[in-house]
Ligand binder design. Structure first.
Ligand SMILES: Cc1cc2nc3c(=O)[nH]c(=O)nc-3n(C[C@H](O)[C@H](O)[C@H](O)COP(=O)(O)O)c2cc1C
Length: 257
């Protein structure tokens, strides 16, 4: 799976990643409190332009606004369901009690998941291990996974304040899998060996972020697919961006060519 990445995983990038090997993609995060306002910039974020299998990633805490958003929502082709973001480490959001501040609130999360399900949509969750080291030690992530019934849980194996310099703590994955829930591993996964390790642990899949940011062909490479050059894929991306709002053509400067 291609990870949700703000200012990177726009619809053109998601199309490219799926075309060359990713099973599933995720939109950039957006608050449902913003979506209910129906501004063009908000709706552009969740607009799907093609059949690329896509989860729309939402976050927030006002359950009335979640309901109001869902009431008016009509899925584009490609839409597979919603992903609830309980991983965002942003100080602004954490202060408001959302993103990774919500991992320790399984009852509220359960209500939000049930609201989404009541509208007939699939729903999965992306979470970190907690807000703090203490929350990680108290295993708030496991309690949430146990209590909430979502289609799958993407576990980014870091707590909120952990930076990318510290390696993700893959030792948490077996206990997450032991809950009996479907677990997708996330954090520093890059190689075929990493993927094999996650398979052995019993994860149902892996999610890849930064390694795809520099190389959207990574999904096909991990699957031994026959692939075009990165240079031609870059051109394909630029062409796609021309007809899509909210696409970031400057992203390609990050790609290795
Ligand atoms: C530039 C950038 C933007 C990101 N934006 C989001 C986002 O919108 N929503 C989210 O859940 N995670 C976001 N993340 C986190 C990634 O989805 C992922 O969990 C994290 O990068 C760890 O995976 P990786 O080691 O494969 O990169 C972002 C990460 C990066 C690098």
């Amino acid at each position: 799976m291609l990870a949700p990445m703000e200012k990177i995983a726009d619809s053109s990038f998601r199309y490219i990643c799926h075309k060359y090997g990713a099973d599933l993609t995720f939109t950039e995060q957006i608050r449902f409190e913003t979506l209910v306002k129906k501004t063009k910039s908000a709706l552009d974020r969740i607009k799907l332009y093609d059949n690329t299998p896509t989860m729309i990633q939402i976050m927030g805490k006002d359950e009335g606004k979640l309901d109001a958003f869902l009431r008016d929502f009509s899925p584009d082709k490609g839409f597979q369901g919603f992903n609830l973001n309980l991983g965002c480490p942003s100080q602004t959001y954490v202060r408001q009690g959302i993103g990774s501040a919500m991992i320790k609130r399984p009852t509220k999360v359960k209500r939000m998941v049930d609201t989404i399900k009541n509208y007939g949509y699939n729903v999965n969750i992306k979470l970190r291990l907690g807000l703090t080291k203490t929350e990680k030690r108290e295993k708030v992530y496991r309690k949430l996974i146990e209590k909430v019934e979502a289609d799958f849980f993407v576990v980014h194996a870091r707590y909120r304040s952990e930076s990318y310099e510290r390696k993700a703590d893959w030792s948490v994955f077996p206990e997450c899998v032991n809950t009996g829930k479907a677990i997708v591993a996330n954090g520093d996964i890059q190689t075929k060996g990493d993927v094999e390790k996650m398979k052995e642990i019993g994860c149902i899949g892996v999610m890849i972020g930064r390694a795809a940011e520099n190389n959207p062909l990574i999904f096909g490479q991990l699957r031994n697919l026959k692939l075009p050059t990165l240079k031609s894929v870059k051109q394909e991306y630029i062409e796609l961006c021309k007809n899509r709002e909210g696409s970031y053509r400057e992203n390609v400067s990050k790609w290795i060519i």
